[in-house]
Design a protein around this ligand. Structure first.
Ligand code: PGA
Length: 254
């Protein structure tokens, strides 16, 4: 299958790390090669409390700002939640949806993932929808089934035109933060299944436009091989995105 012009994406997921000063220091330490990069497109997803500082310190760069989660409603009595409009207002262009840590610890389901994906698209935020199997599911040879169902349910009631703009991240849960990277050929195989599922929910042309990232212990020394795989269009990077040096090395994978 041809890798048409899908501009790769490298997204950093800071999780619950860094305060406002550390955020400023991170951006100051990024070299121009990263600050002005357009291929790959670079997205940084700090905690909510750092979004403002990140936006200020990204000024004049091509870097994109993403959030790590959001509610699906525009506003309302939802104590502790953040809406898509608030994310737009603070300067976000992207939002992570359904990260496995949200599914595992905060009760996110395929249903909430679908509602959030719809809401993000409605407000022109690009959703980075995370899917992936747990270790016991892989051992029981359920990987393909789990990922297919997660993708199908995430895409319910979404038009082809909007599906084309979604970014998926395949993150095998057992590879996240463990140092155990999924073998590149296997990651590529599962990303191919995600693309086939997207095609079933839309059409082949749409599926060819969708970017599919790999995530799970991505490091400077693994990125090149991962990026050489035809179905892998980028990376969602956790631990290695916190250090400007390792993150820059990943962005400059070529
Ligand atoms: P990791 O995290 O790179 O630290 O494994 C990836 C993620 O959770 O998105």
């Amino acid at each position: 299958m041809s890798n048409q012009k899908r501009v790769p994406v490298i997204a950093g997921n800071w999780k619950m790390y860094k305060n406002v000063n550390e955020t400023r220091d991170f951006f100051r330490a990024l070299p121009d090669s990263v600050r002005s990069c357009t291929d790959p497109m670079v997205v940084i997803c700090p905690p909510f409390t750092d979004l403002h500082s990140a936006k200020e310190n990204m000024g004049g760069s091509t870097l994109q700002l993403g959030a790590q989660n959001m509610h699906w409603q525009d506003e309302g009595a939802f104590t502790g939640e953040i809406s898509p409009l608030m994310l737009r207002d603070i300067g976000c262009s992207h939002v992570l949806i359904g990260h496995s840590e949200r599914r595992q610890y905060f009760g996110e389901t395929d249903g909430t993932v679908n509602r959030k994906t719809l809401a993000a698209l409605q407000w022109q935020l690009i959703p980075i929808v995370c899917v992936g199997e747990k270790l016991e599911e892989r051992e029981a040879k359920l990987t393909d089934n789990v990922v297919i169902v997660q993708v199908q349910r995430a895409l319910l009631n979404i038009s082809k035109e909007l599906i084309a703009t979604i970014i998926f991240a395949y993150e095998p849960v057992w590879a996240i933060g463990t140092g155990k990277t999924c073998d590149s050929a296997e990651a590529n195989r599962v990303c191919g299944i995600i693309r086939e599922t997207v095609a079933m929910m839309s059409d082949k042309e749409t599926a060819e436009q969708v970017r599919i990232l790999y995530g799970g212990s991505v490091k400077p020394d693994s990125i090149k091989e991962q990026m050489s795989q035809p179905h892998i269009d980028g990376a969602l990077v956790g631990g290695a995105s916190l250090d400007p040096k390792s993150f820059s090395a990943i962005v400059n994978f070529r």
